[in-house]
Design a protein around this ligand. Structure first.
Ligand SMILES: NC(=O)c1ccc[n+]([C@@H]2O[C@H](COP(=O)([O-])OP(=O)(O)OC[C@H]3O[C@@H](n4cnc5c(N)ncnc54)[C@H](OP(=O)(O)O)[C@@H]3O)[C@@H](O)[C@H]2O)c1
Length: 249
């Protein structure tokens, strides 16, 4: 009998891994997963998750450092089949790194860092963790992308590194999905847009957000898990918003 609320379509036994569990959305998603009745939830973050939830195992991962990703993947080999991998890491701004308003601000080091965190890192997570998904039964590899990574949807410009690295993430995700379908036909590989969420990442840019459109991390996390629950293998390779609507690449 499956007693879970949000992830009822995921076969059991199952374990889940959250990469970026210390972030705003990462913590909220980890907290929800703790209540899903999974055999194990592995919460991976750079510093090791400081907030403890019942039923959560914590571990360390730095997605800019491949050996760290490989070591984290090793820690997922034992126990219940790995049926959910959620990559919730991301970089929009940091000390000395603000999103570019104009091409005059383009800086090769900052562009490279955006690609390292937002595109290469999640792809390397796939490299080391997709082999752990079971051969049959629903399983999910989902990366949190952003609507601004949609090339078709780009009308405002700006945020060069973030937009371009998320567009690269979307293409990597689609390419992974094509390959994965041949090996594990029930597996789903998707990119998700969480909406505008009240976290450290969006904090400096929340001024123009319409009333009611700034989501709490808990709301966004619930929506994302609900979207994943409703997806099937036919949706693999897609890019979906928090409300389940497909977003054009
Ligand atoms: N918030 C929004 O409005 C919004 C909108 C669209 C898309 N998104 C996407 O949603 C995802 C989650 O963002 P958020 O809003 O929750 O932001 P956040 O609170 O800033 O979380 C981002 C997390 O990424 C982690 N991270 C960065 N570099 C890393 C690395 N090298 N290795 C491991 N972890 C690393 C950070 O780790 P530390 O805690 O160690 O710094 C942080 O916990 C991101 O992909 C973001 O682009 C957010």
């Amino acid at each position: 009998m499956n007693s879970s609320k949000l992830l009822s379509s995921l076969e059991r036994p199952a374990q889940a891994a959250v990469i970026g569990a210390q972030g705003g959305i990462g913590q909220a998603v980890t907290r929800l997963l703790a209540g899903e009745g999974l055999e194990a939830v592995q919460a991976l973050s750079r510093g090791g998750l400081s907030v403890g939830y019942h039923g959560i195992r914590t571990g360390v991962i730095d997605i800019e450092h491949e050996p760290s990703i490989a070591a984290a993947a090793e820690g997922l080999r034992d126990g219940a089949p790995l049926r959910l991998i959620l990559v919730v890491t991301g970089l929009l701004h940091a000390a000395g790194h603000q999103p570019e308003k104009t091409y005059r601000s383009l800086d090769p080091e900052l562009l490279a860092r955006s690609f390292r965190v937002n595109a290469t890192g999640p792809a390397l997570v796939a490299k080391h963790m997709l082999p752990l998904l079971p051969k049959t039964g629903k399983s999910v590899f989902a990366v949190i992308s952003a609507r601004v990574g949609s090339i078709q949807d780009n009308r405002l410009g700006g945020w060069y590194g973030y937009r371009a690295s998320k567009a690269a993430l979307n293409q990597l995700t689609r390419t992974l999905a094509v390959e994965l379908r041949r090996q594990k036909p029930d597996a789903i590989c998707v990119a998700l847009h969480p909406g505008t969420v009240d976290t450290a990442l969006s904090q400096p840019f929340q001024g123009g957000v319409e009333d009611g459109r700034l989501f709490t991390p808990a709301y966004a996390a619930g929506r994302l898990l609900s979207v994943l629950n409703d997806l099937s293998a036919a949706d693999s390779g897609g890019f979906f918003a928090w409300d389940g609507q497909p977003i054009p690449f």
